[in-house]
Design a protein around this ligand. Structure first.
Ligand code: GTP
Length: 442
């Protein structure tokens, strides 16, 4: 049932990549579409295809005045591409957009080739990159949900006749009815397994929180350099390669800061624009590591032409997790790949960074700025720490446990059946403590 096994055939699979783009006038209504240049989006889609070892034989932006409900792109363009494919056969056509099941079927007929859309492609990449049991389960769940949604919407007689590789998604044609039932059963089973894995992980997290080390979570657009920075800082060998989405599961290491304070540095998933909703939901558990962090370190590729749009996408994903500009979670930006900038641009950005206490210009590759970054993390964590004095009923075990879990208990004294505690907490945790106490009778 799993679709994530690599093809047995070792031959590199050939792909054609299309990025359909509405012409500026038609797209005016949709500001998000204009955030990135179509060429940059095409380049990103080619990078995504390369991440699962597809050999891209042709890539182009298809400019449209409107989306066509039947085939997405116009029939003239489809015929032109069909001719191209006939001369230069490919195993798969990647359409970097959301393609409905009907459009997919019609395009496959017109192009005489397998078609997958952006969600399908991202699912393939996630599947290939998942390294832990939880990651693999999350991907499988997202994949099954995606398949199921397409089964329901595309339940037609013609759909049964569609051919293609199982690995590239799409319903198993002749088995459609069986698949629907099996998918439902499999989803239920995976959810149970996942719950168990997540429970184990939150037990681990709780155990970790007993050691009062603040957690610093690296976030960033895919390929921004998170793993490279993580390695630079921890000098460990996390899988760092020029592959999009090389990071799928959080990886944690302890790091000692200049002040002697220990932190846990956590490398998380790479974000991307138009992250399919199935995936945001499926990866919530992993992303929750981010929310429970004490500091979010946003790694940005300042040498990328679309660095601002990428930062906006990261902000969108964080906002979907409830982390916004106004939330109390401490944040820092690492402006990475300084070595790639021209000296003029680097000087300008260095000046800008020097004027802001939440930005550090770095190069994860050369180590430039990394000492400053560690110092800044240290400063931020120190300023984020508050000490509170609390008096509790000696029998209030739950509250005492909460404080031990979320903060560092500096002092504890018993007096007439009451406990007086002095506790160091992050601002965010202190806020949570106050909220927790609000609803209680005095
Ligand atoms: P995902 O796992 O896709 O989210 O990527 P990531 O953010 O973890 O990026 P990763 O560390 O894998 O780096 C991506 C590519 O950028 C690799 O080829 C790195 O060598 C390169 N890279 C990272 N940091 C720097 C840097 O400071 N300078 C230069 N020139 N290249 C860098």
């Amino acid at each position: 049932m799993s679709d994530y096994e690599p093809l047995e055939d070792e031959r590199a699979r050939r792909a054609l990549v299309l990025h359909p783009s509405l012409k500026a006038t038609a797209a005016k209504a949709n500001a998000a579409d204009l955030r990135r240049r179509p060429e940059a989006r095409l380049a990103e889609a080619v990078g995504l295809a390369a991440a699962i070892d597809l050999e891209v034989v042709h890539a182009e932006v298809v400019s449209l005045s409107a989306w066509r409900p039947s085939t997405l792109i116009g029939s003239g363009k489809a015929a032109e591409l069909a001719a191209l494919i006939e001369e230069n056969p490919v195993d798969v056509v990647i359409v970097d957009a959301a393609v409905t099941p009907v459009q997919q079927r019609n395009l496959e007929k017109a192009l005489k080739a397998k078609v997958i859309d952006r969600t399908g492609l991202i699912l393939e990449i996630f599947g290939a990159r998942a390294r832990t049991k939880e990651g693999r389960l999350q991907v499988e769940l997202a994949h099954l949900n995606y398949q199921r949604s397409r089964l329901v919407r595309s339940w037609t007689h013609l759909e049964r006749q569609r051919g293609g590789f199982g690995f590239l998604g799409g319903p198993g044609e002749s088995q459609l009815e069986i698949d629907r039932r099996l998918i439902g059963e499999r989803i239920a089973r995976i959810k149970l397994d996942l719950e168990q894995v997540v429970n184990t992980r939150s037990l681990h997290r709780r155990a970790r929180q007993k050691v009062p080390y603040p957690v610093v979570a690296l976030v960033g657009y895919t390929n921004a350099g998170k793993s490279t920075l993580f390695n630079r800082i921890t000098r460990s060998e996390v899988f760092a390669k020029d592959l999009l989405f090389a990071t799928l599961d959080p990886t944690m290491r302890t790091v000692r800061l200049p002040s002697g304070r220990n932190i846990i540095l956590s490398d998380t998933v790479g974000f991307i624009s138009d992250l399919p909703t199935h995936l945001v939901a499926a990866f919530r558990a992993t992303l929750e590591e981010v929310i429970s962090a004490n500091l979010i370190l946003h790694v940005r590729d300042l040498s990328h032409p679309d660095t601002d749009a990428q930062a906006a996408d990261v902000a969108d994903v964080l906002a979907s997790l409830g982390v916004t500009e106004s939330s109390s979670l401490a944040r820092l930006e690492a402006w990475n790949k300084a070595d790639q900038l021209s000296p003029d641009v680097r000087d300008t950005l260095q000046n800008q960074a020097d004027r802001q206490d939440d930005v550090v210009l770095v190069s994860a590759l050369t180590g430039y700025g990394c000492d400053t970054l560690l110092q800044r993390i240290d400063d931020r964590l120190a300023s984020d720490r508050v000490e509170i004095d609390v008096t509790l009923d000696a029998g209030d075990g739950a509250a005492i446990a909460w404080l031990h879990r979320h903060g560092e208990v500096l002092e504890m004294q018993e007096e007439d059946g009451h406990l007086r505690l002095s506790v160091a907490l992050s601002q965010a945790e202190a806020g949570k403590w106050l909220k927790r106490q609000e609803g209680k009778p005095a």
